[in-house]
Design a protein around this ligand. Structure first.
Ligand code: IPE
Ligand code: IPE
Ligand code: MG
Length: 257
């Protein structure tokens, strides 16, 4: 009898599993399903949020490893203020705890943290911690991680209209010069490129007031996985699917080749 074959297994890096010439420049994620994840396990909702922070770390690390330049995470919407007071308080406490804990992960991976939303509505502790981490990581250049906190796209757009109206009124700009690039420069996301890939977990297929302007031509990807169960392989799967899509931007398929 001959020798049994030697099977060599090796783990491919995340980057090797993808076409590095076709990576999305900006990924945005609606991290949904923490409550249902907890309920399904007979746990209180808050434990779902706590477990969700592990998926945040895993996703952030994976994006950095893959070479994604911009990652934006929907962490708390303007509408989420309407949740039970205890849940809101716990979410804010979790934010502070995670910021304190993850500053090292951000530094180790050379990630710059930024935030979008009506940040002045955050509790002082959360606001201050956020400022601290932003300041500490501001020179990191490998990837930008943006947290959407007290974020609502309509609130953002209302602010843009107000600011531009004031500028017109005070003769700083003329109404005729308003174009897409001026609007871009007045959004919370002024320093970010358009979203290429928008992922939503938990099976819901809606946008929930997230980046309405910025996702105009994003590829949308919905998965039934609850956010606390979202792991590196799910991210790779989403990016693979993105790489198989044809982004036509209004043109015909033939025009692209
Ligand atoms: C997402 O999970 C986290 C936040 C919106 C803050 P949910 O808390 O919305 O979870 P479900 O949708 O109730 O399962
Ligand atoms: C969207 O999730 C907001 C965040 C993920 C932070 P929600 O769970 O609040 O969305 P809806 O209300 O079900 O659409
Ligand atoms: Mg939800």
């Amino acid at each position: 009898m001959g020798k049994s074959p030697v099977i060599v297994t090796f783990k491919m890096s995340l980057r090797d599993q993808l076409d590095t010439n076709k990576l999305p420049n900006h990924i945005a994620i609606i991290m949904d399903g923490n409550g249902r994840w907890a309920k399904q396990k007979g746990l209180i909702r808050v434990l779902g949020h706590e477990s969700g922070t592990k998926s945040v770390r895993e996703t952030v690390e994976a994006c950095a490893e893959i070479g994604i330049k911009h990652l934006t995470l929907y962490a708390f919407s303007t509408e989420n203020w309407n949740r039970p007071k205890l849940e809101v308080q716990t979410l804010m406490k979790l934010l502070v705890k995670s910021l304190k804990k993850e500053i090292k992960t951000l530094q180790d991976n050379e990630i710059k943290l930024t935030a979008i939303g009506c940040l002045k509505d955050l509790p002082e502790k959360a606001f201050n911690e956020l400022q601290y981490v932003k300041e500490k990581t501001k020179n990191n250049e490998r990837m930008t991680l943006t947290l959407a906190l007290s974020y609502g796209s309509r609130e953002e757009l209302v602010n843009v209209v107000k600011e531009l109206s004031l500028k017109v009124k005070n003769n700083i700009i003329s109404a005729e010069t308003i174009d897409e690039s001026i609007i871009n420069k007045h959004l919370y996301t002024q320093n970010l490129p358009d979203v290429d890939l928008l992922i939503r977990t938990s099976g819901e297929q809606r946008i929930s007031n997230f980046l309405l302007w910025q996702i105009a031509y994003a590829e949308l990807y919905f998965t039934d996985i609850f956010w606390p169960d979202f792991k590196k392989e799910h991210l790779v799967e989403a990016i693979r699917e993105y790489q198989n899509r044809e982004r036509r931007f209004g043109k015909t398929s033939e025009q692209l080749t």
